[in-house]
Ligand binder design. Structure first.
Ligand code: PHE
Length: 461
């Protein structure tokens, strides 16, 4: 029997899990949704859902991991033989995500280097981003370097690799986010006789706006917040089961879960403080209509270019911060797969990590070629048009992840019973303060909400 690795203590676990949770989603989607969905209104809805819906799903996965001491691929089978297939899906999700997350990580790395080694002004030129991602070789190299960094950390082991990297990266990340946020609040700019300040931008994030709010629009706010939360807490990706399985039995699970949630939410809100005022000052409200790669690789470089000398400094720090955020998330995705292979097949951790690296490398190249030799446009069921990256993203995020989560709720709520989770959370006299809420959520509300989210991905309504 192989000896199971473990985190050295609660702090190591919390930092590693927070490292997974804090990722591109916090930075390129949360601020955009907050600006779009009524600022403070979105924040309140998000916080309520985090304390109920997010808390329930996160607790469930981490408790399953710690109780079974197994990786996602094999853990679900232990709960109930008929539900072993959830584990297969929960292992496929990170396998699908890993290659394209590395491709995006490669883009971040490239932008970091552009700002570090030059003025970064070229990144603000029209067509720069498209020119880069459609190039034949460079994106593949960047993907390779990013994947290599992940592989080194994962090969180092749970405590000496993942935990050690998180203990270094997460505090630095927090300092960077705080520094850029403070800077963002101090800027102001005059544009065609209109003067805008960072503080006015901050109002967009925090002051609730009920303008034109209808029931339908409110439903959109709730669904946006829920989808974001689901992704942001790294739920249904097998990650929290894998990380949970490395937590020692004497750790206070409830406390750690709260800390992970607080960390993730605080960084998401701070990302709003960092991005919304800066974009608003230099590009006005219209500038806030971009999210995802469009925001990060097109709008923000234009904002940095307008900051003069400070632009290069802020751009470098910003992309360093994003790189750190992406790296710890990618490491967690890789670990979910690596631990699954280790538990299921008679191979050592190192071999498992090498196999997963090769798989990610092969598919990563395919994703890169999707913007070049293998370019095509496919209309996806959610109405967007995409390439290979978007198809993989669609299959994992819109199809498999909701299925994993709905099935997990049904499994725990109606087959194995909520005591299975409660016993784990309350081990060593730890408190399970929201137990009543948890039971209602996992049995009824969470699966219903998740079904609505799932149907929305087909544009059913
Ligand atoms: N929580 C991550 C984020 O917000 C999501 C994620 C984690 C995606 C791990 C991929 C891998 O970006």
């Amino acid at each position: 029997m192989k000896q199971r690795s473990s985190f050295t203590g609660s702090l190591g676990f919390v930092l590693a899990a927070a490292g997974s949770a804090v990722g591109l989603g916090n930075i390129w989607r949360f601020p955009y949704l907050a600006a779009k969905d009524g600022g403070g209104l979105f924040l309140v809805v998000y916080l309520i859902l985090a304390l109920t819906f997010g808390y329930t799903l996160l607790t469930t996965e981490i408790a399953i991991g710690r109780r079974t001491k197994e990786s996602p691929l094999t853990a679900y089978k232990q709960l109930d033989k008929r539900f072993g297939w959830i584990g297969v899906l929960a292992c496929l999700v990170p396998m699908i995500i890993m290659p394209y997350y590395c491709v995006i990580g490669g883009w971040v790395l490239k932008y970091f280097l552009v700002f570090l080694t030059g003025s970064g002004l070229e990144a603000a030129e029209d067509g720069y981003f498209t020119g880069f991602i459609t190039a034949p070789v460079e994106p593949i190299l960047a993907t390779g370097v990013f994947l290599f960094l992940c592989a080194i950390i994962v090969l180092g082991g749970v405590d000496k690799g993942i935990e050690r990297a998180s203990r270094f990266i997460m505090p630095v990340l927090v300092v960077l986010v705080l520094a850029i946020s403070i800077f963002s609040l101090t800027i102001s700019h005059e544009d065609g006789g209109v003067s805008r300040t960072g503080l006015q931008g901050l109002a967009i994030l925090f002051i609730p706006s009920f303008k034109g709010l209808t029931l339908g629009k409110f439903a959109t706010v709730v669904l946006d917040a829920m989808g974001q939360l689901f992704f942001s807490l790294s739920i249904a990706m097998g990650i929290m089961v894998a990380y949970g399985s490395y937590v020692s039995d004497d750790a206070d699970l409830g406390k750690s879960i709260n800390q992970i949630e607080i960390f993730d939410t605080a960084i998401a809100i701070l990302a709003g403080v960092m991005i919304i005022p800066a974009v608003y000052v230099f590009a006005g409200k219209e500038g806030l209509s971009a999210s995802g790669p469009g925001l990060m690789f097109i709008s923000l470089p234009k904002v940095f270019a307008q900051m003069g000398v400070m632009g290069r400094v802020v751009g470098t720090l910003f992309f360093a911060m994003v790189l750190f955020a992406a790296l710890t998330s990618a490491v967690s995705v890789m670990e979910a797969v690596v631990s699954s292979f280790c538990d299921r097949f008679p191979i050592e951790r190192k071999a498992s990590a090498l196999i997963e690296t090769l798989i990610a490398a092969a598919f990563g190249v395919l994703v890169c070629l999707g913007y070049n030799k293998l370019y095509f446009e496919l209309k996806l069921p959610n109405g967007t048009v995409g390439q290979i990256l978007d198809i993989m993203d669609y299959i994992s995020n819109y199809l498999f992840m909701p299925i994993v989560s709905i099935a997990t709720c049904i499994l725990v709520g109606h087959f194995v019973g909520t005591d299975y989770i409660a016993e784990e959370v309350t081990k060593n006299n730890s408190k399970f303060g929201r137990k009543g809420l948890y039971i209602v959520m996992i049995k009824y509300l969470a699966p219903i909400l998740l079904c609505v989210l799932f149907l929305q991905s087909f544009k059913v309504f």
